[in-house]
Design a protein around this ligand. Structure first.
Ligand SMILES: [Zn+2]
Length: 344
């Protein structure tokens, strides 16, 4: 199996985010990639480096899942922000169109509020290069599967599954899992995304909500009491051509591996009715009991079972790293998943 990581991702290195109104050290930093790389080494995998800016087709592929003005915003906002008198080093919004805005603003402060949904997405001078390198890693892994590999893993940070068509949130800017699915669609008519991250994949859901060619399913801590709060309930089933092609299974806060694996079984049973030809796994590892974002209580060994169950689908598969934050167990959780995924 191919393992993909671009070291250019380190150029996005946010120092803080806003937690309960107070600045707190960001858990989403380059150290995550170092820990996850150790997990791959523990398992016995070897990382490949894609071109940090992706293939010549990357922009066109991103425009299938994000709006043009959002991509332009990500690329240009830091320089425009710095031109404002008294601007902070990193872009951070202080006004949002809560309840919906009527027009798209020209001013950098207005655009930051339009596109940056929460306070976990500060943009520094080199952030865009890092964000693009993360997307390029997902693109390279998906291309490997399109070109005939059975499976490939992309070490992506920043993660992506909270990023919608034109919204960053929850440490996410470009939706790497959605990009991988979009690349898989170039060969496979029906693609599924299975999101096992602790949090609901609200950005992925938004991108494909009205589409019938990409099935989306997510297991996550119940959003009535957990981030992302406003999406992820079981009654969100898609709309139009996508009606029935989205499935959410919210789990009670603190649920263990037995509950998680049972829910995964139900999710995959539902997915089989869609008859996918390839699958993307949005591979969050933050459902572990020690994760600082503290929502579920999986043990390291549970990830081996999650990996084995997903491998049993016997479908071409792109594994895209989503959440999972620095703890003593993060690297072992990835190695455990990979052991299960590759055991057959
Ligand atoms: Zn997460």
């Amino acid at each position: 199996m191919k393992y993909v990581y671009s070291a250019q991702q380190e150029r996005h290195a946010p120092e803080t985010f806003l937690l309960r109104g107070a600045p707190a050290p960001s858990p989403e930093g380059p150290v995550r990639a170092a820990l996850l790389s150790r997990g791959i080494a523990e398992f016995g995998g070897c990382l490949d480096a894609p071109d940090a800016t992706g293939t010549p087709r990357l922009r066109e592929r991103l425009m299938r899942i994000h709006t043009s003005r959002y991509l332009n915003f990500l690329e240009t906002i830091h320089a425009r922000w710095q031109a404002l008198p008294g601007a902070a080093e990193r872009v951070a919004p202080n006004v949002h169109p809560t309840g919906g805005g009527h027009h798209y603003p020209e001013h950098p402060v207005g655009q930051a509020g339009w596109h940056l949904h929460d306070m976990a997405c500060p943009i520094g001078a080199d952030s865009f290069a890092g964000i693009l390198a993360s997307a390029a890693s997902a693109e390279a892994a998906a291309e490997a599967v399109v070109n005939g590999d059975d499976a490939a893993y992309a070490l992506c940070r920043p993660p992506g599954h909270h990023a919608g068509p034109e919204r960053a949130g929850g440490f996410c800017f470009l939706n790497n899992s959605a990009l991988a699915a979009s690349v898989l669609r170039e060969r496979f008519a029906r693609v599924a995304i299975v999101d096992v991250d602790l949090h609901h994949g609200n950005g992925t859901q938004d991108i494909f909500y009205a589409r019938g060619d990409v099935w989306t399913g997510s297991l996550h801590a119940d959003p009535s009491g957990f981030y992302p709060f406003f999406w992820g309930s079981a009654d969100e089933r898609g709309e139009g051509e996508g009606l029935g092609a989205n499935l959410n299974i919210p789990l009670s806060i603190g649920s263990n591996g037995i509950v998680f694996l049972d829910a995964l079984e139900r999710l995959l049973t539902n997915m089989q009715a869609f008859a996918p030809q390839a699958v993307v796994v949005a591979l969050g590892l933050d459902a572990h009991k020690d994760d600082p974002l503290a929502g579920l209580s999986l043990e390291t060994a549970d990830f081996t079972q999650v990996g084995a169950r997903l491998a049993a689908l016997d479908l071409p598969c792109v594994l895209v790293q989503e959440g999972g934050y620095p703890t003593a167990s993060l690297e072992h959780n990835l190695a455990a998943f990979l052991r299960g995924f590759t055991a057959t």
